[in-house]
Design a protein around this ligand. Sequence first.
Ligand code: ADP
Ligand code: MG
Ligand code: ZN
Length: 474
Amino acid sequence: MEYEAVIGLETHVQLKTKSKMWCGCANEFGASPNTNVCPVCLGLPGVLPVANEEALRLTTLTGLLLNCTIPRRAKFDRKNYFYPDMPKNYQLTQYDQPSTSTGWVDFEHQGGISRVRITRAHLEEDVGKNSHFDRNSGVDFNRAGVPLMEIVSEPDIDGPDMACAYLNALKDILVYGGVSDCDMEKGMVRCDVNVSVRPKGTRGLGAKIEIKNMNSFSGVRKALEYEIPRQIAVVQAGGKLIQSTRRWEDTTGITEEMRTKEDAHDYRYFAEPDLMPFEPTEAWLAEVSRCVVEIPLARKQRFMRDYQLPAPDAQAFVWDRPLGDYYEAAVASAKNPKALANWVINNLRAKLTESGSALDQLKFPPAALVELVDLVDSGKISGRIAQDVFAEMFSTGSNPGRIVEIKGLAQVSDSGAIETFCDQAIAANPGPVADFLAGKEAALNFLKGQVMKLSKGKANPALVGEVLTRKIKG
Ligand code: ADP
Ligand code: MG
Ligand code: ZN
C-alpha cells in the first residue's frame, strides 16, 4: 500500500520588542552571559510579572496578518516543569485562551497557491540557554523571559517541500509585518515538527510523532526526509507506530526516540494568578489593525496584475521592498510599466549597489526615470545612449531631456546622415559586405556596429539595418 505524510508545525518566533516579556531587561542577542537579567526573569521569590504590551500587540498583529480570529479575552497559564534553563520552574504561556485563533496562510508551492490553516498563535516566554563545558555546565539567562510567539498549524502539510514553502512564507510575512527579524542564525525561529503517515488518499490521522526543536529550515527538511520513509517502512513491515517525541541529530542525520506518550510531561497547567486576563478594547484593536501591512504574496500578485509584470519582476519588488515602493511611485505616470521595471531592477539597482547609496539619496525624482524610459521607448535615444544619460542623471541629478539636448545625444533618424555613415562603413569593409551578399546574416550585424560607432551610438539601429540592406543588396 502507498502511504502519504501528514505534517503540522509548531513554530516559535522571538518577537521584536525592546524589552523582555515580564520585566524591563533588554531583549538583545549576543550580550555577555547573565548581563540582561533581573529578579523577575531570574525567577526570584516574591517578584511580580508585568506583561509587555508591545508583545501582545505584535501577537495580535500576527493574528491579523494570518487571517486569525482575535478573541476578546486572553489569559496566561503556568506550564510547570523543572529544567535548569527555566528558573521559575514554570513557563508562562497561553493554554486555553490564546491571543489569536484559527486563520490561514496562503503561499506559492509547486506552481500554484497552497493553503495551511493556522490553529492559533499564542504568546509565551523563551527560556535560558544551557552550555556544557568539560567539567561543568552553565546557564545563560539573557534569553529567559524573551517574548516568544508560537504559531501552531493544522496538519495540512504533505511533505518537506511544502513544509519549507510554508515556513518561508510565514517568515516573510513576519518580517514584513515588523513582528520579528526571524534571524535564523540568532535562533529567532525554531520549529517542532509533527509528522504521521496514512494510507494515501485516506482522511484519518496516524500516530503523531513530534520532532523537537529544529533551528533551521534545512534541518526541518532533512528531518522529514529521514522521518517519513522511516515511518512508512515501519507500517509497511506490519509494525505499529506509537505517539512519541523524537530528537533530530544534525550530526548523524537521524531522529532518535526521546519519550513515548506513556512518559509524556504532565504540565499541570493552571491560570497565572499574578496577571489579569487581557481584554483588548475596540480602540486598541483598531490601533493594531492600522499596522497591518500587505503581505508579500498579495503584493506580488498585485504587482503582476496592476502593472502586468512577469513573476520574477514582481518577486524582485517583494524581496526589495523599498525598490518596489520606488517603482510604484514612478509607475503612475509611465507609459511602459515593464520597461520601467527593467530600468529599476537592472540599471537603478546596479547603480545604487555600485555607488553604495540608498534610494532616498537619489538626486533625480522618479518622474525623471520615467522620462528617460519614454525617450528610449519613443526612439528619441538608443538604449546605449540611455545608459550614458542615466549615469549623468545619477551623478548630477539633471533632467534626462536636457542632458540629451545639451549633449546632442538624440538618436539620428535623419536618413541623410545615416546614408553617409552607411556608405562609409560599406567602403571600409569589403569583406563583410561580400559575406553578407553571400548570405551570412551575421555580417550585417558587424556592419551595423560600424555605423553605430561612426555615429557615436546615435544612429537609429533599425533604420541602419534597413539602409545597409538596401545599399548592399540593392
Ligand atoms: P499537542 O497537544 O500534543 O501539542 P496538538 O493537537 O496541539 O498536540 O498538535 C500539535 C501539532 O501537531 C499541530 O501542529 C498539529 O497540526 C499537529 N498534529 C496533530 N496531530 C497530528 C498528526 N496525527 N499528524 C501530524 N501532525 C499532527
Ligand atoms: Mg504542542
Ligand atoms: Zn529581567
